[in-house]
Structure formats: C-alpha cells, structure tokens
Design a protein around this ligand. Structure first.
Ligand SMILES: *Cc1c(COP(=O)(O)O)cnc(C)c1O
Length: 465
C-alpha cells in the first residue's frame, strides 16, 4: 500500500462527518441558532454513543450508566463558569479540590503512615505524571545539585514518563520487564546512577495490567535517598477495593515508606467526567517543588499549583461529586462487578487454544497468539464493532474491563466474537499483515519507514477542518 492511499484511508476514518454536516473554516458571518447547534451536536453524539455504551470499547468510558452521566452533567453545568485560579470568587472549587486530594490520599494509605500525604488536582494522568517528574527534577537540583536528572522506569511505564523526560530535559532509562511482565527488580537497581532522581513503578501499567513489585522497588529507592513514584492512574480507584474483596493485590501505595509520590486518575475508575486526576506527595516539601509562583510580573503576583493557568472548576466539582456519590460502598461494588466480569473473560480466553493471556492480570487483560497475527484478529474484532487497544513489543492487544463490560451478556458476546475472529483469521492466512497499532485508534495502520514523520503528519490531518 502506498502512502497516499494510507493517507486517504486515514482521512476517511478520522473525518467521517466531512461533506455530511456543516463545517467551518472560518467563523460563520452570523451566529447559528443555538437550537440548530444543539441538534447537530446531539446527532453526532448519538452516532458515537452506542459503541461505547454497549461495552464494545476497551477502557475509555469507565462508568457510563445514563443516570451517572446525567448526574455528572448536572454538577458540571452548575459550575461551568468556575475557575479555581480565582480563589476568592469560587472558594467552593477550592473546597472540592482539597477534599478530592484528601479522599484520594486516604484511599491510598494516608492515615496509615506518620507522614502527611498531600497533592493537587490536575487535568489528567499525563499532567499528574509530568508534574511529578518536574517536581523530582527541581527537588534534586535544589537539594543535591543534580543537573542531568535521570528517571529509571520499567519498559511498561506509561509513555507520559517519556513525554516528561522530553519536555523537562531529563533522561529516561527504560528497563526491560521480566517474562512475567513485572518490573525486573535487579535490573532496575542496576540502572541507578548518581544522577537518578526518581524510580517509577505502575499499579498496574497500561499495557499488560500486571502490577510491578512496588514494595521491593520503593525500598531500593528509599535506601538510595531518591524518589519513588507509583503510577496508579489506572489502578488507584480499583486496587484498594480489589484488596478488600480478597484479590491478590501487592502493596503499592503510601503504606510503603519508600513511595514518595503517586498519580491516580479520578477520570478513569474514579468515574468522574473526563479531565481530572490527582497527583500526591509524601510531605509538603516535595509538593512545593511542583508549584509555580512569580512575584514580579506587572500583571500581579501569580501563583498556580499545576501546569495550566485557568482551569475548569466545573470538572473539579463533578469529580468531587463522583467521589462522594460513589462512596466506599459504591467503589467496592463497582470493583466487585468489574473483577467478576474480568474473570469470566480471562477464563473464556484461556479456552481458546490459539490465544495466550500475558501474565496474570486482574482487570486489564492483554493477550496474544503464538501462531496467528493478533493484529489481524483485532481488525476482525473491529469490524464486529469492538475496540481493543493494540500493543507492541511484543504484539498483543488488551481489553480494560469497565462497568460497561459488566452489563448483561457483554462478556459472553465478547468471547463469542473473539472465538469467531480467531476462526476467521485461521481460515484466511492472507490476512496476516505488517500492521502497527496506534494508541487510541481502532484500526491498525500499515507503517513503514519514516514512522515518526508519518505520525506528525497524522496529527496535522487531525487539525484539518
Ligand atoms: C491512562 C494512564 C495514564 C495517562 O493518563 P491520561 O489521563 O490519558 O493522561 C498514565 N498511566 C497509566 C497507567 C494509565 O493507564
């Protein structure tokens, strides 16, 4: 396939509404009627909703019950104008954010350690991770005069750590994981240098969902006097409840003395609307390195806890509302249902001889095939409406099980379609191709040669009107 043809196909996939609904290269001369606009947006939303509502998508929408969504929307609409940058105008948002941080911290071991656990609300897991890495860089510069800061992370750690290293001029040392897909403790230790400022582990990592040996890793970090960040963006709001339900959950939070920071996404299994996450630190001193303050700008003295300036207070209100409406019992029940559906799905995959589950996961189930092209299987699943996350090195796909998959019959339909997809690929060996998965896209793309440039071009396409 040539590049032009791929571009054409991608254009069609990314821009299905082109030529179909009104589009604007520049502002309309006269504003459109509000009712027409609402009708148009409602139509597009209704076209997109059935797929994720029915539980065909991996991750993405973690709760999704209509009454929960309506509740979130109501709360957001009550505070859609709020901006916590103006602390005196919207003290309610300050209250909500302080309590989001405190509730999240107490779920993750605050109160079970001598130290105070503090943090801030951010816009998402990536920002939580970016901020934590910047914090360690600045802490190490100030307290140890380290100017070439290094991060040591397992190869499975989220790409946001890579992004942090690039943005903040740090060096990321990626250490291959063991055959069980967990961080290799010995290799992680061996990767430390005098410039290492933080070691990273995930509970669990996005790709294969296998929790790293945080207890051993964080102890090594503690002995070396460096930071340890547990990335619990994905697991933070589900693992504490899985543990209470008796599932085997290794320790990963602030109960471990070496864990000095954590990221935990309210907008995933916290069931809040998209756009919030929490970054936590052991002690105020570390959090001070995250803050931005400027005292001599002519616009006035400026202080801001995170990367953005103005922030959507309505999203913090909605996140607070999600937390207090779920409560301990709500999160426990959600975890119980999700883990039960995940067990059904794991057992089902294990009965398909052509497939192999990677490691021993809890609720993010990665699998591959030793004799068939797993990406071809994933493509057949896509044609049946399913959206699996494509993984690479090694080739695999995963399903992140959410409340959507706990609906009646979803797990069974997934397994039936998966079995069918395996049969299809088996009887069509020509379907095996050199396809590459792109994070957040359903279809695998044929990528050869200048992949980096191609992906930049892909983002250009996204911003074409
Ligand atoms: C989702 C995720 C992130 C990044 O979060 P965003 O909200 O997409 O920015 C980081 N780490 C893990 C383990 C995740 O699952």
């Amino acid at each position: 396939m040539d590049i032009a043809k791929i571009q054409q196909e991608l254009n069609a996939a990314l821009k299905p509404y082109k030529d179909e609904v009104a589009g604007f290269r520049s502002l309309p001369k006269e504003g459109l009627s509000r009712s027409d606009i609402v009708t148009l947006i409602a139509e597009l939303s209704q076209r997109e909703a059935p797929r994720w509502q029915s539980g065909k998508v991996s991750g993405a929408v973690y709760h999704g019950d209509p009454n929960h969504i309506e509740f979130q929307n109501t709360v957001y609409s009550l505070q859609s104008q709020a901006n916590p940058l103006h602390m005196d105008i919207w003290p309610s948002i300050t209250k909500f954010e302080a309590e989001i941080v405190s509730m999240t911290a107490h779920m993750l071991g605050a109160g079970q350690t001598e130290d105070e656990i503090v943090g801030t609300v951010t816009s998402g897991g990536t920002e939580s991770i970016l901020l934590a890495m910047k914090t360690y860089r600045d802490w190490a510069k100030a307290t140890k005069n380290i100017t070439e800061a290094e991060i040591v992370a397992p190869s499975t750690a989220h790409v946001a750590f890579e992004k942090a290293a690039q943005y903040f001029g740090m060096r990321l040392i990626r250490v291959p994981v063991g055959i069980d897909f967990r961080a290799d403790v010995k290799a992680m230790k061996a990767a430390l240098t005098p410039n290492t400022v933080v070691m990273v582990g995930s509970a669990p990592p996005f790709p294969h969902g296998i929790i790293d040996p945080i207890e051993e890793l964080s102890e090594i970090a503690r002995q070396h006097g460096i930071g340890f960040h547990t990335d619990a963006c994905l697991g933070g709001f589900i693992l504490p409840w899985a543990e209470k339900l008796g599932y085997p959950v290794p320790k990963f939070d602030f109960r471990l003395p070496g864990v000095t920071s954590m990221s935990c996404d309210t907008h995933k299994y916290g069931y809040a609307a998209k756009g919030t996450s929490v970054v936590l630190y052991r002690g105020r001193e570390l959090r001070h390195y995250q803050y931005y303050v400027c005292t001599d700008w002519c616009g006035g003295i400026y202080l801001s806890p995170t990367m953005t300036g103005s922030r959507p207070g309505g999203l913090s209100a909605a996140a607070w509302a999600a937390l207090v409406s779920m409560g301990e019992s709500g999160y426990l029940e959600a975890a119980r249902r999700i883990l039960k559906s995940a067990e059904t799905i794991k057992k089902g995959i294990a009965t398909i001889p052509e497939l192999r589950i990677l490691g021993d996961p809890l609720f993010v189930i990665a699998f591959t095939s030793d004799n068939l092209d797993i990406y071809a299987i994933s493509d057949v699943m896509s044609k049946a409406g399913w959206n699996l996350n494509g993984l690479q090195n090694p080739p695999a796909v995963h399903l992140a099980v959410t409340i959507r998959h706990t609906q009646e019959g979803v797990a069974e339909r997934f397994l039936a379609d998966l079995q069918q997809a395996v049969e299809t690929v088996k009887s069509h060996p020509e379907m095996q191709g050199s396809m590459t998965p792109v994070y957040g896209m359903t279809t695998n793309v044929v990528l050869r040669g200048a992949v980096d440039q191609f992906l930049r071009g892909l983002l250009d396409t996204v911003f074409e009107p």
